[in-house]
Write a protein that binds this ligand. Sequence first.
Ligand SMILES: Cc1cc2nc3c(=O)[nH]c(=O)nc-3n(C[C@H](O)[C@H](O)[C@H](O)COP(=O)(O)O)c2cc1C
Length: 197
Amino acid sequence: MATKLSDEALDQLFRKARTQSAWLAKPVDDALLREIYDLAKMGPTSANMCPLRVVFVKSTSAKERLKPALDAGNVEKTMSAPVTAIIGMDIHFYEKLPKLFPHADAKAWFKDRPENELEHMALRNSSLQGAYFMLAARALGLDCGPMSGFNNAKVDAEFFAGTTVKSNFLCNLGHGDSTKLFPRNPRLDFDEACRIE
Ligand SMILES: Cc1cc2nc3c(=O)[nH]c(=O)nc-3n(C[C@H](O)[C@H](O)[C@H](O)COP(=O)(O)O)c2cc1C
């Protein structure tokens, strides 16, 4: 039976974790990137469709290819981050369903649906997987800096040309320099955002 995580773990995942924009000069091993994915992939998606596809932009040359797509305010934080993950989504996720959902012909449920419906499903589920990804990174001791301020079409042309994958959002990864943080903004209280019926 599952037990509640320690306060220390909850602080690390949620209460003390911040969106980071400045990075310490501490590298991130490729093995850790694999660990993030191997945790994140276990989170649930509709019909186990797993539309998330990730490009870890790490080399200087790959960062230079990403740079022209970034909004001005996101350039410095991205170029200085040890890694930038392109959180992508395969609009034709159904091609993998024979592996991912083998006990039914799930591919048939989706393959003739209009592209805009497929994209809607891929966006919902890859966004969930992107959130699992960030929590996995935090659980493994990394900081995240998610960003939607970029030109998706440019990223898609540069990193996903000739495929059915599109970018969803970007996420810088590394060890954040907490001395550069602004004070935390408030969140909505339970009664402002929720009700129990
Ligand atoms: C999907 C997404 C897109 C975001 N886009 C940007 C962005 O383009 N540039 C930026 O500086 N911050 C961006 N942010 C960061 C948010 O402003 C930040 O996560 C939020 O204010 C909470 O900050 P905190 O985690 O430090 O409390 C984005 C966050 C998310 C989740």
